[in-house]
Write a protein that binds this ligand. Structure first.
Ligand code: SF4
Length: 502
């Protein structure tokens, strides 16, 4: 049974033997970061994810060769006694999608690049006729793909990411939540006409505000169009350690608390199996929150108080409420974001628990409230931790909600079969060298194919460009192309330093 009656009703889609949506619980998934052509390493990692509790595992399928390798991985998994459904992740390559539909239980395509080779920025104005001709081009490629999936009982994920929209969509909507929604709806209308309904939708961003707003817009657009496809939730490029966990819990958790989401992935720049306990905790916490609210007759699934703002915070308008601010108003950060008409301090109180669990619970609850525009400050109470630890958590949550910046932000991908360097260790090097640059957003991305688009609003980017090669970006502007890996971090630091000189 579904965990709660408040969840948006969606149709059930079968992915192999796994039911997603309908009355099924929220499903947990992850993705390998091995080369898909390395059969043994990929099979072992799929098994490790499944053993940790992952219910569906995605593999990078950038070409026909990787798509064919899925067959051998499947065989090896059967030898290992692992029957978890697998999903192929395809960008830019319809041929790979067709080949993957021979073996995978689900094929993910990106509407932003399934037909459109890549964003070229060459054509940004389309007449009505040209726009209609583009849609016709999608139909010609997409309908045969749906037929193939139908024949093989394969489901489809339409996965849009912020930063990878087609020129056609960009021409009308820009890189906006509305553009991301329309990018999905173009494909969904065709699938509905063709009566192909084994579809799951994801619409992701590394910016939790954009991600949550877009998913809510999509849910509304689907409802208006009489569609009830299951939703897959995730915050892309969330990073690692506590920041990755807080960002994911805030983005995904706030939507689950709104009753949205049928399957989730917590993307971390760590070993993929590390994602599973975080996702499980999040899903079970939200289910408990609904149960508690129902038992107590509360409409709001989050148990919180909104109290009057203490005097030292009034001038600041938004912040984490440190008890010692009352003695020392100077501690109030002058860079605090002003948030127009918000009122009061959100107070969230938790019983004894470990810090990892508190981060997940508090980020989900605070995200639900803050992203609805509630509260002008945040206070978290727990008997397990001192005020300094709780104050840090408050600030981290406010940063994840993009309401107040108190440290450098890292936008780093979880890595996958396309990654061209040891992303986890490079991320640690980048963090060590830049953690003092409060306010900057730094992207660390595994590949040139999706990295530059998907690091979204990073100020600087370190992007894998080829074996042993890295490209350095300032925003979306390519500054140093294909430089050797050992020169990359110094080159990025040099660029940042030059830009910071008055
Ligand atoms: S940006 Fe990272 S996760 Fe995304 S496709 Fe490239 S290497 Fe894989």
């Amino acid at each position: 049974m579904s965990e709660c009656s408040r969840r948006r009703r969606s149709r059930e889609v079968k992915v192999g033997s796994l039911g997603i949506g309908g009355d099924n619980p929220v499903r947990i998934q992850s993705m390998t970061n091995t080369s898909t052509n390395d059969i043994e390493a990929s099979a072992l990692q799929v098994k490790a994810i499944a053993d940790a509790g992952g219910e569906l595992v995605r593999l990078t399928t950038q070409g026909v060769r990787e798509a064919s390798a899925l067959r051998q991985i499947r065989r090896r998994l059967a030898e290992l006694g692992c029957r978890v459904p697998i999903s192929a992740d395809v960008h830019f390559n319809p041929k790979a999608a067709f080949e993957a539909a021979e073996t995978a239980d689900k094929v993910r395509i990106n509407p932003g690049n399934f037909v459109d080779a890549a964003r070229t920025f060459r054509k940004l104005e389309f007449t009505e006729e040209e726009y209609a001709a583009e849609i016709e081009k999608i139909r010609r490629a997409f309908i045969p793909f749906l037929e193939k999936c139908r024949a093989n009982s394969v489901s489809v994920r339409l996965g849009v990411n912020h930063g990878s929209l087609s020129d056609r969509i960009m021409s009308r909507y820009g890189d906006t939540p509305e553009g991301m929604v329309e990018s999905v709806m173009e494909f969904l209308r065709i699938a509905k006409e063709e009566d192909f309904n084994d579809i799951i939708i994801s619409i992701k961003s590394s910016n939790t505000v954009v991600m949550t707003r877009t998913v809510k817009l999509l849910a509304r657009a689907m409802e208006e169009a009489g569609m009830d496809y299951p939703l897959h939730l995730g915050v892309t490029e969330a990073g690692d350690a506590e920041d990755g966990r807080i960002k994911s819990a805030l983005g995904i958790g706030s939507l689950l608390l709104e009753g949205l989401g049928d399957t989730i992935r917590v993307s971390l720049s760590e070993a993929p199996e590390n994602e599973i306990p975080v996702a499980r905790e999040l899903v079970s916490y939200v289910a408990d929150s609904f149960r508690r609210a129902d038992a107590e007759g509360r409409e709001c699934p989050v148990d919180y108080r909104l109290v009057e703002m203490p005097e030292p915070l009034r001038s600041q308008r938004f912040g984490a409420w440190h008890a010692d601010m009352e003695q020392d108003p100077e501690m109030v950060d002058s860079s605090a974001t002003l948030v127009g008409d918000r009122e009061g301090v959100i107070v969230l109180s938790y019983p004894e628990m470990d810090l990892d669990t508190l981060r997940i619970h508090a980020a989900a609850d605070a995200g639900y409230l803050l992203l609805q525009g509630k509260g002008a400050a945040l206070r978290i109470d727990s008997p397990s931790f001192d005020r300094e630890t709780l104050g840090r958590l408050e600030l981290d949550i406010l940063q994840a909600a993009r309401l107040r910046t108190s440290k450098t932000e890292y936008i780093s991908c979880p890595s996958c079969g396309r990654t061209l360097f040891d992303l986890q260790s490079v991320l640690q090097d980048v963090k060590r060298a830049t953690s003092h640059l409060t306010g900057l957003k730094i992207g660390v991305m595994g590949c040139i194919v999706n990295g530059p688009g998907e690091m979204a609003d990073a100020d600087y980017g370190y992007v894998g460009a080829g074996p042993g090669r890295v490209s350095i970006y300032r925003g979306k502007e390519l500054i140093r192309k294909n430089i050797p890996t050992e020169e990359a971090l110094p080159a990025m630091l040099e660029l940042i330093e030059a830009d910071r000189k008055p």
